[in-house]
Design a protein around this ligand. Structure first.
Ligand code: NZQ
Ligand code: ZN
Length: 395
């Protein structure tokens, strides 16, 4: 293991009914007036929003509501939130929802703490110097934003999706009650489980595979097997507390840095996917499932043994010492087979309902390369041409 930093400053309360403590937790972290930020209808329909507001009132906190965050959250909603918070004197943002609501809350937090157009920070034209405090009541196990230092936002014009990663935006606290995920549609459950797995896979395929990483490799393999086992249970029994709890905590750990060294990780599939969900509005996890196999087959020759290890450690496949490549490819096929088993697409056609045109492939690759100005990936560094080849293989 090389030198590394592990930093995971968000306080987590886990278990049944933890959301009842939300008022006290906001107060603990200095809130006076809270923006309660949420998505479409799920938090209202389940009664969660009412319970959150009651807890805030009980703690003697004032609050204002701002809903309407869409999956793959939009810059326009963040700007609306910044204006509302300034006008109302809000000093704490509470996200009640999933990755989209949390990331929108982080965007508002950046907008409040930094001058000018918040998009300039996502475009890396300027560097942020702070973020207003955020708290989270999580309703879907997926993005890991409840304990990550990232937020991903889509600019309405041009549907350009960009991530911003800084240590300023860590949630002060995250409340994780697995029961809140019982109402998830099966597709969102499966998409969330896929995202959780790919957060671990991105870190598994680093650029420095010569280093010994036995402990984190074993954490990663256990987490992957655990999500696979419990995804199947939760899809059959949506109200199975134990399965939902295993998935929820796996989701948080999968993106808080414990499954890998925070400086390492490939992240190509995430970059390729962000352009897909930016352009087509698809669920992020489903988009990852649609490109992962094509990425894996494109890059596995960089380190065949690593892919073979995944096949053995995660799927229990026999190591074919005479033909390591066969083991590697069987592992990739097994991963795709699992994705299909839980109802995820393993190509873009199944994701968006039609084949990508050559024009769309080029546009996606151009956007993903930040208009020809960057490469992506560590396991194998990918140029714009490579990106187009992977979209083509996955189309
Ligand atoms: O809007 P509502 O009505 O709440 O419905 C949501 C939404 O339609 C629904 N939902 C959430 N909780 C529910 C529920 N439906 C019923 N019962 C519940 N308990 O689920 C749908 C998807 O919600 P969303 O928040 O979009 O899901 P997810 O958590 O997968 O977040 C995806 C976003 O996170 C970004 C993705 O790119 C995408 O924009 N990511 C953020 C990361 C980060 N900040 O660290 C890392 C990830 O890799 C990812 O990129
Ligand atoms: Zn993700």
């Amino acid at each position: 293991m090389d030198k590394f930093q592990f930093f995971a400053p968000s306080e987590v309360l886990f278990g049944k009914n933890v959301e009842a403590k939300v008022g006290a937790m906001c107060k603990k972290y200095g809130a006076h007036k809270v923006l309660v930020h949420f998505g479409g209808n799920s938090a209202k329909k389940s009664g969660l929003l009412d319970r959150v507001c009651a807890s805030l009132a009980e703690a003697g906190l004032q609050y204002v509501l701002l809903g309407g965050v869409v999956p793959n959250p939009l810059l326009s909603k963040i700007k609306e939130g910044v204006e509302l918070c300034r006008a109302q004197g809000v000093d704490f943002i509470l996200a009640v929802g999933g990755g989209s609501v949390i990331d929108s809350a982080k965007g508002i937090g950046y907008g409040l703490a930094n001058e000018g157009d918040v998009w300039d920070y996502y475009e890396r034209k300027k560097a942020v110097t702070g973020c207003a405090p955020i708290g989270v009541v999580l309703t879907i196990a997926a993005a890991g934003s409840e304990m990550s230092n990232s937020s991903v936002v889509t600019k309405d014009e041009g549907m350009l999706k960009r991530g911003l990663t800084t240590d300023y935006c860590y949630a002060k606290f995250s409340l994780l009650n697995p029961e809140l995920t019982y109402t998830l549609p099966a597709y969102q459950t499966a998409s969330g489980c896929t995202d959780i797995m790919v957060h671990t896979l991105e870190r598994y395929f680093t650029g420095k595979q010569t280093k010994q990483l036995t402990l984190v490799d074993n954490i990663a393999a256990t987490l992957l097997r655990n999500v696979m086992r419990n995804a199947k249970i939760a899809l059959k029994e949506p109200n199975n507390y134990d399965a939902r709890a295993e998935i929820m905590w796996s989701g948080t750990l999968s993106h808080n840095g414990i499954t890998g060294d925070r400086t390492l990780g490939d992240w190509s599939c995430h970059q390729l996917e962000h352009e897909l969900s930016g352009m087509f509005g698809v669920a992020h996890g489903a988009g990852l499932a649609a490109v992962w196999g094509s990425w894996a087959r494109y890059v596995y020759k960089e380190n065949v043994a690593r892919f073979a290890q995944l096949a053995v450690d995660v799927f229990g496949l026999p190591y074919n010492y005479r033909d390591e490549e066969a083991t590697a490819l069987e592992g990739i096929a097994a991963m795709e087979s699992f994705f299909r088993h839980i109802g995820m697409p393993t190509n873009i056609h199944d994701l968006i309902g039609s084949e990508l045109t050559e024009e769309q492939i080029k546009e996606l690759a151009h956007k993903c390369s930040f208009m020809g100005t960057r490469t992506i990936g560590q396991f194998r560094v990918l140029t714009e041409e490579d990106m187009a080849n992977i979209y083509r293989a996955a189309k």
